[in-house]
Every structure is written in structure tokens, then in C-alpha cells.
Design a protein around this ligand. Structure first.
Ligand SMILES: NC(=O)c1ccc[n+]([C@@H]2O[C@H](COP(=O)([O-])OP(=O)(O)OC[C@H]3O[C@@H](n4cnc5c(N)ncnc54)[C@H](OP(=O)(O)O)[C@@H]3O)[C@@H](O)[C@H]2O)c1
Length: 279
């Protein structure tokens, strides 16, 4: 195998992880704790009680870890969005409130966002070209979700984006764009729409995602989109959750990767060093 073929093979593997079919993880079926069951009839944010959190991409690999980490947190009531609710109930868990929503179809988003205070977005295009490619999910879908969140009066939208979106990602980024239907390019446009929308937001750009257990290493939060690294999806989920209602994370874009030299939980106090995005 030539060096170029090796680069292609590695890139294709990375890409299939990024945009390929969703591996079916263990079911997270658990009784929903008291205060977490929603009626689906909420029409405005609750004045008291747990904040309603919508998870978009809840059937995905990061999304499922968000659910695992959030389900026991009494501060939040979960509402999970899926394109196919029956499949989500079957494959993930029937013990949550699922709402139907497809980010490429804006008319499905207003009902899904009704009464929601916080939104966690862990979606990604599922094909290189066509109606569910990065152009229509990572850009168009993020745009539709952002617009629906603004209408619904959401107080924070947290977007899982990707390292390399700010810088182009160098040679690997060029290869990824080539093989993925310009995922980094469309993610950049999605990010830009969110930043300009007026919706309070946090953009988390993880390095290469792994399915390793979370909490095994330190993490570094950084800005400027330089360098490269990897991170467990479980740690990305923990970081996304830690940004919720965190004023130090509001209107910030940052990268996050593993850092063997950092103390394991030190990143939790690292948000205050992040600069707000220029207006
Ligand atoms: N792989 C990497 O190394 C890497 C690195 C940095 C960032 N990222 C990015 O991180 C994000 C999460 O990645 P992941 O691997 O954890 O996710 P994933 O397992 O690929 O899951 C993607 C999720 O997006 C949902 N989705 C796709 N199209 C949708 C649509 N039209 N409407 C609503 N939901 C839709 C899927 O739902 P369905 O069940 O309906 O398909 C699924 O829940 C992605 O944006 C990815 O590009 C990846």
C-alpha cells in the first residue's frame, strides 16, 4: 500500500466514524426519574422545576451518552428528538419522551421545541450527497434548528461541531471535505449562522471522536483551532452538559481534546479562560 493509499484508508476510516451508519449501542432503558417525564403538552418554558432540554441527535453515539449522563440530573427534564420515533423507542429506550423532528424539515421543529429551554445538538449528515448530506444537515439543519430555537425563546443552544471547522483542518481537513461532501465547510456555515442568530449558544469543537470510556484522561479547552487530537464521545457529552446555563461558556466557540498531562477534572474550571466570540 502506498503512503497516499494509507492516508486515504485512514481518512476513510475516520470519515466512516464521523458520518457513517450509526452503531447500535447498548440500550439505555431505565425508569425515568421523578420529575423527568414530560407530558408533551407544554407550551411555554416552565417557570420552576427542571429545565426542559431537547437533545437533537439523541439516537446517535454522542447523543446516547448525553442521555445517559443527563437522565439522573434533577435539574433537567429530557425531551429527545428523532426522525423515526418508533425506531428510537425500540433501539434506544422507550422510557423517554421522544418527539418527531427532522432538521431538514423546518415544519417539524416548532412542535419539538415548544416549551424547551435548552437544546443540545449532536447531529451529523448521514450521506455524502443527497437530502441528508452535510449541506442539508450540518448547515441547513443547524440553521433550521437555530431559527426554531429563536422562535421558541430557547435560552441556550449547544452545538457539537468539529475541530478543523475554524481552520479548514489542513491536509486531513481537505481529505475529509473531499470524502464527506464538504462536512467541515458546511459545519462552518452552520456555526456562522448560529453565531449571528442572536440565540445564546455554545459551540463545542471536539477532536477525533472515540468510543473510549469517559473520564480516563484530562481534557484541554482551547480556541484558535490549531493542532489536532482526539476525545471520547463520553467526554464530549460531559463538556456539553457542563456548558448548560454556564455564563463562562455562553457565546463561546472552543475546541476540546484529551490532554494526558492535565488533571482529570481540571477542565471543569477552564471555561472562564475562554474568550467570547467577536461580535
Ligand atoms: N467522527 C469524528 O471523529 C468527529 C469528530 C468531530 C466532530 N464530529 C461530529 O460530531 C457530531 C456527532 O457525531 P457522532 O458520531 O456522535 O454522531 P452519529 O452517531 O453519527 O449520530 C448522528 C445523529 O444525527 C441524527 N441525524 C442525522 N440526520 C438528521 C436529521 N435530518 N434530522 C435529525 N437528526 C438527524 C441521527 O439520527 P437518526 O437516528 O435519525 O439517523 C443521529 O442521532 C457530528 O456532527 C460529527 O460530524 C465527528
Amino acid at each position: 500500500m502506498t503512503g497516499w493509499q494509507q492516508v486515504l484508508r485512514v481518512t476513510t476510516l475516520a470519515l466512516s466514524t464521523a458520518l457513517g451508519s450509526i452503531a447500535l449501542a447498548q440500550s439505555v432503558a431505565q425508569p425515568v426519574p421523578s420529575g423527568h417525564t414530560l407530558t408533551g403538552e407544554l407550551t411555554k418554558p416552565q417557570a420552576s422545576g427542571p429545565a426542559v432540554v431537547l437533545v437533537a441527535g439523541a439516537t446517535g453515539r454522542t447523543g446516547r451518552l448525553l442521555l445517559e449522563q443527563l437522565r439522573k440530573d434533577p435539574r433537567y427534564a429530557l425531551r429527545l428528538m428523532a426522525r423515526d420515533v418508533e425506531a428510537a423507542r425500540r433501539n434506544v429506550s422507550k422510557d423517554y419522551l421522544w418527539v418527531a423532528g427532522d432538521v431538514t424539515r423546518p415544519e417539524t421543529l416548532a412542535p419539538a421545541l415548544s416549551g424547551v429551554s435548552l437544546v443540545l445538538v449532536a447531529i451529523g449528515g448521514t450521506e455524502r450527497s443527497g437530502p441528508n448530506s452535510p449541506e442539508f444537515v450540518d448547515f441547513g439543519g443547524v440553521k433550521n434548528l437555530t431559527d426554531a430555537a429563536r422562535t421558541a425563546g430557547v435560552r441556550q443552544l449547544v452545538l457539537e461541531s468539529s475541530m478543523g471547522v475554524g481552520s479548514g483542518g489542513g491536509l486531513l481537513g481537505m481529505m475529509l471535505n473531499l470524502l464527506s461532501g464538504d462536512a467541515l465547510k458546511w459545519k462552518a456555515k452552520g456555526e456562522a449562522h448560529l453565531r449571528a442568530s442572536g440565540v445564546p449558544y455554545t459551540i463545542v469543537r471536539p477532536g477525533g471522536l472515540t468510543d473510549d470510556p469517559g473520564g480516563q484522561t484530562g481534557l484541554v479547552l482551547q480556541q484558535g483551532d490549531e493542532g489536532s487530537g482526539r476525545i471520547a464521545r463520553a467526554d464530549v457529552a460531559a463538556v456539553m452538559i457542563a456548558t448548560l446555563d454556564n455564563p463562562d461558556a455562553l457565546d463561546r466557540t472552543f475546541e476540546v481534546i484529551e490532554d494526558d498531562k492535565a488533571p482529570r477534572e481540571a477542565w471543569r474550571t477552564g471555561f472562564s479562560a475562554l474568550k467570547p466570540d467577536p461580535r
